[in-house]
Write a new protein. Structure first.
Length: 309
């Protein structure tokens, strides 16, 4: 009788597991950004007055002192556990994939770093009593995490396509940069605007709110024009993936513009602010995907075949 093997073979995940886990991580990242907006417009930012506990005596908000604001804030914090599980699933599925996709695995570890960064900045946000600069940094950290989850999703779902044209690549880069500027300006608008994130008086960024809003709108208009130009140029060049993704992004920019105008005319209603924040997350993810489509010529196509088989 032959001796038993010294070690068990390493289990291999199918590419479907990678696709499902990256999709879940992307969806939860968008969700946590949206719920962060809900925390802000409901004035629940300090519903849990300390971190990592919700109160001095409890990790949860199940106390009479925290009330509804505590429940909303704790619900947002609870999503951190969900995103940890989702990102963990991405990492495990990438580690078990045979052969491994090196770029995808690095992006998965980038998600893990992004989750840690958001947890730390979130705690500092509470400790500083919702300092508007730290709140802005928290949102940008979430946007960085969203970029990482978008990259992983894109790699896991990528199809084999010919290299895009140089004109499409240049426009995609310009579109990505301008969209990033729009996002950063949006954090200034929020930090100076009338939604401080808590029911009490909270320090705001000392800049003219209406002036920053106008600059934000101008930058968003420039991004919209660039998206339209990318659609036209990619269509002429036959870059179908770039064209499709830029078209989706163009629709998102138009919807964001409509929401922005409505907000300014109706006194910034909370629901519109949350929808605008959700649109910002989707718009940023869309811009990242346009950029990735324009860079598809630089990927390991043999590894892509393994993931898309």
């Amino acid at each position: 009788m032959s001796a038993p093997p010294l070690s068990r073979p390493v289990p291999t995940t199918h590419s479907r597991a990678v696709r499902w886990s990256t999709t879940a991580a992307l969806a939860v990242t968008v969700l946590i950004i949206v719920t962060g907006g809900i925390v802000r417009v409901t004035g629940s930012g300090l519903g849990c007055p300390t971190w990592p506990r919700c109160t001095e005596d409890s990790f949860t908000s199940a106390t009479a002192s925290t009330g509804l604001h505590g429940a909303i804030e704790f619900g947002n914090r609870l999503l951190t556990t969900v995103i940890v599980l989702a990102v963990g699933a991405v990492i495990v599925s990438c580690l078990l994939q045979r052969p491994r996709h090196r770029t995808l695995l690095w992006s998965a570890w980038g998600q893990f770093a992004g989750v840690l960064l958001n947890a730390v900045v979130g705690g500092i946000t509470v400790w500083t009593g919702l300092n508007p600069y730290v709140v802005a940094a928290h949102f940008l950290a979430a946007i960085a995490l969203l970029a990482s989850t978008t990259v992983s999703y894109d790699i896991a779902h990528r199809a084999l396509l010919p290299a895009p044209s140089a004109s499409s690549r240049r426009l995609a880069w310009a579109l990505g940069v301008v969209t990033a500027v729009v996002v950063v300006l949006g954090t200034l608008v929020t930090g100076a605007g009338p939604h401080p994130g808590d029911s009490s008086e909270v320090h705001r960024i000392p800049v003219p709110w209406t002036a920053v809003t106008v600059v934000h709108g101008v930058a968003a208009t420039a991004a919209l024009v660039l998206a339209a130009a990318t659609v036209v140029v990619a269509r002429r060049a036959g870059d179908d993936l770039v064209r499709r993704r830029a078209l989706v992004l163009l629709v998102l920019f138009v919807a964001q513009a409509a929401l922005g105008v409505y907000q300014s005319l109706d006194g910034l209603p909370g629901l519109a602010v949350v929808l605008h924040l959700a649109g910002a997350a989707l718009t940023w993810a869309g811009a990242v995907r346009v950029l990735l489509a324009a860079r598809s010529h630089g990927v390991d196509r043999r590894a892509d075949e393994l993931l898309t088989a």
